[in-house]
Design a protein around this ligand. Structure first.
Ligand code: HEC
Ligand code: HEC
Length: 232
């Protein structure tokens, strides 16, 4: 009996431990950041606009803190930065802020978020901030954006609308290759535009399946994309 009771309590302890750990794991820093902070802080990496700002973009916040936090040992940089966020969000002040004086005057000191976010939630938020808003991720994003910007407009649209998942330039995959389409329609984009808008099936024997309609494209986009297919 005693043995069973012991076993039972150990089991309870064990389960209890598991549960609280589970709870901790379930906190999604990214989602919480969006819920609790995005009304004031722009969360894009990098921000697409600096207009109508009421607070510094989160990228700037993360870079400030990581760079300005004083540490004796470099390995403490992230954990000290996390501690700063956990404190600042509850007890903000002009003297603690790393914002430069001019920005601080124009934004005003951040209102304390006490009661709106728990310490556990803040911990998850801060961990996400310093894992996501990094110099390395910024450079990756910028490289991807530059690559996209360097493409012809029609190709950008084809990429965004997932056309390239079914069409390749020279080999027919799910859909016929753009080269074959080009050879068939020469300089006439009218049928191409209709097929993109309404979808297509049964026309191409090398194709596998049907082409879905793309109703959400504007006339200008349809023109751009079809011209790109004919003249890449
Ligand atoms: C009501 C608007 C508002 C909300 C909501 C808000 N902030 Fe802020 N925050 C500001 C403003 C304004 C500043 C700039 C002034 C300052 O540093 O206090 C700021 C500054 C900060 C700073 C200090 C930046 C630095 O460079 O020193 C941190 C850290 C911060 N916010 C984190 C957060 C986090 C995390 C959340 C969500 C839990 C959040 N903020 C929610 C308005 C807000
Ligand atoms: C899910 C796969 C799929 C996607 C996504 C897709 N297509 Fe197609 N596409 C096909 C198939 C399959 C065919 C051949 C249909 C047929 O046999 O009539 C086709 C045919 C075409 C044709 C020839 C139509 C004709 O009338 O001869 C054009 C042009 C075309 N696609 C352009 C596009 C563009 C532009 C996009 C993106 C906006 C796109 N496709 C997205 C599968 C796809």
């Amino acid at each position: 009996m005693l043995k069973n009771l012991l076993l039972f309590t150990t089991l309870l302890l064990f389960l209890g431990g598991c549960n609280s750990q589970e709870k901790h794991k379930q906190l999604n820093g990214k989602a919480l950041l969006e819920q609790k902070c995005s009304s004031c802080h722009n969360l894009d990496l990098p921000p697409k606009t600096f207009e109508d700002e009421v607070a510094p973009p989160m990228m700037a916040v993360a870079f400030h803190i990581v760079n300005f936090t004083k540490v004796n040992d470099e390995s403490q940089r992230v954990s000290k930065s996390i501690d700063f966020v956990k404190d600042y969000v509850i007890n903000p002040s002009a003297s603690k802020s790393y914002c430069d004086k001019k920005s601080l005057e124009s934004y005003g000191v951040m209102p304390s978020q006490k009661g709106k976010v728990t310490q556990d939630e803040l911990d998850a938020i801060a961990r996400y901030i310093f894992a996501h808003f990094t110099q390395e991720n910024l450079m990756k994003e910028q490289a991807a954006m530059n690559k996209l910007k360097a493409m012809p407009k029609g190709q950008q649209l084809a990429l965004k609308n997932n056309c390239l998942g079914c069409h390749k330039q020279t080999t027919s995959t799910v859909g016929p290759s753009f080269e074959k389409i080009r050879t068939l329609y020469k300089n006439d984009n009218s049928i191409i535009i209709k097929s993109i808008q309404n979808g297509s099936k049964g026309k191409w024997k090398e194709a596998h399946g049907v082409m879905p309609p793309f109703k959400n494209l504007t006339d200008e986009e349809l023109h751009t994309i079809s011209e790109w297919i004919l003249h890449p």
